[in-house]
Design a protein around this ligand. Sequence first.
Ligand code: IFM
Length: 486
Amino acid sequence: MNGTSGDGAPGPRRFPPGFVWGASTSAYQIEGAAAEDGRGRSIWDTFSHTPGKVRGGDTGDTACDSYHRLDEDLRLLGELGVGAYRFSVAWPRVQPGGSGRVNQLGLDYYRGLVEGLRERGIAPVATVYHWELPQALEDRGGWAERDTAWRFAEYAQLLANALGDQVAMWITLNEPKQAAHQGYRTGTHAPGKTDYALAAAATHHLLLAHGLAVEAMRGALPGRVPVGIALDVHPVRAANEDALEAAAAVDAEHNRIFLEPVLHGSYPDAARAELLPPAELIEPDDMAAICAPLDFLGLNYYCPYYVRLGDWDDLRLGESPQPGHPGVVNYVPPELPRTNMGWIVEPEGLYDTLRALDREAPRLPLYITENGCAADDYVTPEGEINDFERVDYLHGHLDAAWRAIQDGVNLAGYFVWSLMDNFEWARGYQRRFGVYFVDFSTQRRLPKRSAAFYSRVARHNVLPAPEVSLAPRGTEPRGEPQVSPT
Ligand code: IFM
């Protein structure tokens, strides 16, 4: 049965043969060993050690200690039954100063990781940059400087040479929007700058870095190993017709500002001028480099944004002003659930985004490179982690992904964020996204109900119908989640 049961109710959803099921992490969020084996400092080491920047003063110094627990984490991945693992390489671990000297011990670590994955039949999917700029480069201006894009291309080429025989897919950048905007405009991420001009310059140089890296990596990689980018896209909804124009402007600033250069080689007209790179920063060949054809596009999807027109002095609980747009409010529809990040849960946003990307880049393979939710997970006295809201979230979003495929979208894979609880940037360890629970005092990993659920889906390539009991089978992680209807 595929799609409906005999009585017309939703039945199991079978994914296409070869659909990739994966799990995602990033280096600073899980590795720890921040000052070991020759690793240099990154902007996140500096930022997290600056008082007041990260909740509770948390840092990634130890994180999940995955650097020392590689075998255990490879075992978790095997137990989960995924076919692919998306991890990131910490730039300062392999090139401590961001240019020049290479740290062989760092490369050895990643070689051990990719070989360990291969031995278990898990495809390594490597992200070149997940926000760990070497501090030495930030000291020279960071992403606001054009030279950083060239240093990045060199680093990407070095990884392609060192690991290219083992890595199945490469992702140049993870969420450049967050790196540029949280890093250089709102200051909520490293390096914590609050300057529109720096953010606009960082936007262009991150995109240029992507384009230069695609070219450099293609020259170094064997055969046609796929190279792509992971962008975070939030559909922007207008609360009513009055807010349609505002929604289009917010969409330009949050989504189009990265999608359009990468897919079409231009910046969106509708974005505010102060967010766009000034013409003098854009050299003649830049846009052509930035829109070098991709082998795939990675989509990180978590939630939609809603906007309404309204008085900034009269906000409702959970609402906030939309920066730069007086009278536009980030609206929270009261009927929609939210996660403990405050993020709206709306699987239809994933469906709509996939359909829109497929229209915009017809037949380009799409991967959901991140999707998941934070929840208030805890271990019961019986040793269980009953994260039913995460199971429900994943079920709803996988159902949306399946529907998009039925409607013709070229979606080739899905990576849950995240394999395990980890350092959630400025929120520290207070926000848990993993399908494995991490007890940070002992580093013990425990499967949550969602691990059993996701494992079952990945192993069978089928999303069960709502309300199906998922009894533990074989080597699947322990747990018997009931999937509630979405
Ligand atoms: O944890 C992050 C990840 O590093 C990038 N995408 C969003 C996740 C959840 O906030």
